[in-house]
Design a protein. Sequence first.
Length: 333
Amino acid sequence: MIPCQASTKKLIIPAQLVIQTRVGVCPMSLNGRSLETLSFPDLHRHSIPLELQQTFRGISTTSGRCNRGESAAFMATTDTITHLKKGLNGELLEKVRTLWFQHLNGEESFILPGQDELKRWFSKNVELDRACVANFGHVLEIIHNINVTASDILSAVQPSSSLDWLSLILLFDQISRNCYRGLQSSVVFTYFDPLALDISLRAREVGILEDPQVRYQFAYRTWILLPMMHSEQIEIHAIAVREFQRLSDDVEELLADPTEISSIDPKKLKCRSVLAEKKEAAKALSAIHLEFEIRHQKVIERFGRYPHRNKILGRLPTQEETQYLEDGGETFG
């Protein structure tokens, strides 16, 4: 999926597929919106369900706000892992997917989301923000307060399917962006992005991207890659470029694949069938993912960070960064 930016642009691509998207920070802010109306601590300060309070009570009240060193030792306790496992259970992970993908109509949309389906993720969507806050804001707040690591979470959850991995990545990389807006979005960059990136890289290491359910359903595959695009580490962008190039190569291969039908995995076969009907849209969407990643990479190569994040993170900009933004530079990441 395409990362977002504070301004809105129409991207005209060869297939005449016009995607209305916030290119860059996904989604750090929405023009004209009150931060207070979208801030979950204000909207849902008392909305943590009793059952979840009880589940996390042992860790949220004991730990307070740990620093990273204290958290590492604290999170080694069996009780904490047990509480995390109960809180981040299969039901919650399924709920993440249900909310995020509920607007997709059928398997074809998971393989190749259409323009209207992409808009829900990449255009202004106050309703989606509110749904994320109501359903997951309390979970994110507790996890942030106890300062768990990706290793802690994976040890507790032990994701048993590719979709469980996907849900964790969506929760920390995307839903966090819907919950923390404006001045509060610094926590996304400093805490939730590193969580999502670590889980994304680990998912890649264990072969989640090779699972046909993910590899041939681009509505799943691209979300797993987004944490890499959000990273300010240049070595991560080298990986991201390779993965988005591989996605583009897969599209080309599927459109030209002469393999006998009987020898093809059912998910691959279905994907090939859908792409064959929408060749230009498939090529255009995969190309635009790669293009956006390369543009992200170039910003990191030049500055070593995303200049537009400086203000929200309290970083002093360089003269070059200031001039770059004043001249209309990219506000990705």
